[in-house]
Design a protein around this ligand. Structure first.
Ligand code: SAM
Ligand code: SF4
Length: 332
């Protein structure tokens, strides 16, 4: 393993981000991610421990993966999250640590995680309508998420971003309400195009509400939007601000405008598999390497994963093969 060498793939993309899924379990059941019943979770014995994740991240940070995001499944159902955050924030060279959560347990754990040092959170919320929330997630937890957002805001978390998945024929009114909520609350709302990562194979291209269509809806119903040049030109979200000066919105258009050409991230699943793409069909198993004290082998595996990275996914082509794991088991 050569420390100081950048993690550059064969298409010249430098990698600096790692998304870590800490569990594949979740306390709600968004229909575009998990089936209502019958999900088979990874055996607990096969999941990475805090020590193991910390060790992998130490190596990853030395190689340049300095921006870390914790996700799941639902990371707040994992009891060791506070401990992991503390440990990761103690690693020299780490640039940022963020969390993606559905927010259901946020009111219960916001203080603990704030005390552990966490500040940046993305809360997943698709609608401000309680009944629609129940239909989408098959759980009645809307009020809890709203209480979680409030608690995080009061504690001083920031930035707090809201992630909403948009589905054609379902989300047109919700995106307007959420954008208005963002304008009032100062939270940034980001709309994500529906991707073919659901466990039940419900996706088809006709269900994708594209970023362009969302911009048109928001402009018609709220007001003109102006594109904002991205602070980080490799960030996946295209940002816009409302021309009246109040509020911004972002769009993650993985389907209609894939950003593979500037992708800079790797993913680690809760059972120790390294992936170079959400849609990858190959994975690199790090677990066997954890039995040996040799960190170089972990570093070499990270290099190998980056070298094997493909040019990009092919969602829009007939050759597209959905990955063998649903989003909840990859870590979105
Ligand atoms: N449970 C957490 C949450 O919901 O934020 C973290 C894991 S979840 C898999 C991460 C993100 O994946 C969520 O923000 C959700 O919006 C997104 N997601 C899940 N299934 C999706 C799909 N089929 N298409 C697009 N985004 C999806
Ligand atoms: Fe759970 Fe997140 Fe998947 Fe929804 S999107 S079922 S909250 S893992």
């Amino acid at each position: 393993m050569v420390i100081g060498t950048q993690l550059i793939d064969t298409f010249g993309r430098v990698h600096n981000k790692l998304r870590i899924s800490v569990t594949d379990r979740c306390n709600i059941r968004c229909y575009y991610c998990m089936p209502e019943t019958g999900t088979i979770f990874a055996p607990r014995a096969g999941l990475l421990s805090v020590d193991e994740i910390e060790r992998i991240v130490r190596v990853a940070v030395r190689l340049g993966l300095r921006k870390i995001r914790l996700t799941g499944g639902e990371p707040l159902v994992w009891k060791d999250l506070g401990l992991l955050i503390r440990r990761l924030l103690g690693i020299d060279g780490m640039e940022s640590l963020a969390l993606t959560t559905n927010g259901v347990l946020l009111a219960d754990r916001a203080q603990e995680l704030y005390d552990a040092g966490l500040r940046r959170i993305n809360v997943h919320l698709d609608t401000l309508d309680r009944d629609a929330y129940r239909r989408i997630t098959r759980r009645d937890a809307f009020e809890k998420v709203m209480r979680g957002l409030q608690a995080a805001n009061q504690l001083g978390y920031g930035p707090i971003k809201i992630n909403a998945v948009a589905v054609k024929g379902q989300s047109e009114d919700d995106i307007v309400a959420l954008a208005r909520f963002g304008r009032q609350s100062g939270m940034q709302v980001r709309f994500i195009e529906f991707m073919p990562l659901d466990a039940q194979g419900l996706w088809n291209s006709e269900k994708v509400l594209s970023a362009d269509e969302m911009v048109a809806i928001l402009e018609r119903r709220i007001g003109p939007l102006i594109p904002v040049p991205a602070a980080d030109e490799r960030a996946p979200a295209a940002e816009f601000r409302f021309a009246d000066g109040t509020g911004t919105v972002g769009f993650i258009s993985s389907v209609t405008k894939p950003f593979c050409g500037s992708c800079n991230r790797l993913r680690l699943t809760s059972d120790g598999k390294l992936r170079y793409c959400l849609f990858a069909v190959d994975e690199t198993d790090l677990r066997p390497l954890l039995h040996s004290p040799d960190d170089d082998a972990i570093g070499d595996a990270i290099f190998g994963c980056v070298r094997a990275k493909w040019r990009g996914h092919s969602i829009n082509s007939v050759q597209f093969v959905p990955p063998p794991r649903p989003m909840s088991a990859i870590g979105g």
